[in-house]
Design a protein around this ligand. Structure first.
Ligand code: MTE
Ligand code: MO
Length: 320
């Protein structure tokens, strides 16, 4: 009756969790560094990938039409995911199909004029849809380029009508131990939570995702609604959202509450500040064997750098 084994790195490190330490060990086993890992991973899991095209076809936002690197193919990105609710490996795409997104309702509450619930279909009708091709950089130092479909987070904020005292937006992922077995693991602070300042939430780059590759969002990508913040480390981009709360208290994220010295609130991509055990100066695109330099704010500084004027280390002090 053991559904989930406490990862030994978590036991040994005494709750000092570390996405990358785990990744590195698994990659060693899979031969990832030798360029054969992805093919092996692809063979290991062949989840039925839903093929529902997104209708109506969204138009491509001209400001985000070119990420400066090739789009990472769907057959790679849909089989290499971080979604700890379904397991702590990258191969959770099959397991994630257990999530039912039928009749998905999102609760909007906290410091708003009037709390309300809205179905995902209604939400999309209210906000409209566009496509954006952007870079994604995980704190584990892998990266990808994905054509997301969705709407600006600013539209969600406008719909919610937060009160003037609201300083942060807080997102929460579903909680269902029958569907997501790893949520039975008590050493994790479920449900997954993330948050942003109102200035971040209303920045043009902050995006709510409902589709990818011209299709309705795959479950392993965080269907039916996830965040994507292209200038922040990937763990900020919370998946399968059921609740949006406006608050005057800074939300503590899932990873931050596990290890605040390694996963800060701000988590802006910063090649100058290395992680405790490895460099953040370079990254490995999922479709390449060669590492490339990591750019400050993941290359989106023109849009967001002003949000962090005067902050040391772009906000986070971490272990230093
Ligand atoms: N609810 C939830 N959201 C999550 C995660 C998770 O484990 N649970 N992982 C995060 C991390 S670490 C990354 S890198 C991205 C990965 O997104 P992808 O699997 O679509 O590439 O999702 C983020 N959002
Ligand atoms: Mo990540």
């Amino acid at each position: 009756m053991i559904y989930h084994r406490k990862p030994d790195w978590l036991i040994r490190e005494n709750l000092v969790t570390d996405e990358t330490l785990f990744l590195n060990r698994r990659n060693l086993m899979a031969g990832f560094g030798a360029g054969t890992g992805l093919a092996m991973l692809g063979q290991a899991v062949d989840a039925a990938v839903p093929e529902a095209p997104f209708t109506p076809v969204p138009s491509l936002n001209a400001g985000f039409a070119d990420a400066g690197r090739r789009v990472t193919v769907e057959s790679i990105t849909s089989k290499y995911n971080n979604f700890y609710e379904f397991g702590s490996s990258k191969r959770i795409s099959a397991e994630a199909q257990k999530l039912s997104t039928d009749d998905w309702v999102i609760q909007i509450d906290g410091m708003v004029d009037k709390p309300f619930q809205i179905g995902i279909e209604d939400l999309i009708k209210r906000t409209g849809i566009e496509e954006r091709i952007v870079r994604h950089r995980c704190v584990e130092a892998w990266s990808m380029v994905v054509p997301w479909i969705g709407f600006p987070m600013a539209k969600l904020v406008a719909l919610a009508k937060p009160q003037s005292g609201a300083k942060y937006i807080r997102f929460e992922t579903f909680m269902d131990t029958k569907v997501a077995k790893e949520q039975k693991a008590a050493w994790y602070p479920w449900p997954y939570v993330e948050g942003f300042t109102m200035a971040e939430a209303t920045n043009e780059l902050a995006f709510m995702v409902v589709g990818a590759y011209g299709k309705v969002l795959h479950k392993q990508f965080g269907a039916p609604l996830r965040v994507h913040m292209p200038w922040k480390f990937g763990f900020k981009s919370i998946k399968s959202i059921v609740k949006v709360t406006f608050t005057d208290k800074r939300p503590v994220g899932f990873w931050e509450s596990l290890q605040k010295k390694e996963y800060g609130f701000w988590a802006n991509v910063n090649p100058a500040v290395d992680h405790r055990r490895w460099t953040q100066a370079t990254e490995k695109p999922l479709d390449s064997d060669d590492r490339i330099p990591t750019q400050i704010f993941n290359g989106y500084g023109a849009q967001v750098a002003h949000l962090y004027d005067g902050m040391d280390d772009l906000g986070d002090r971490l272990w230093r």
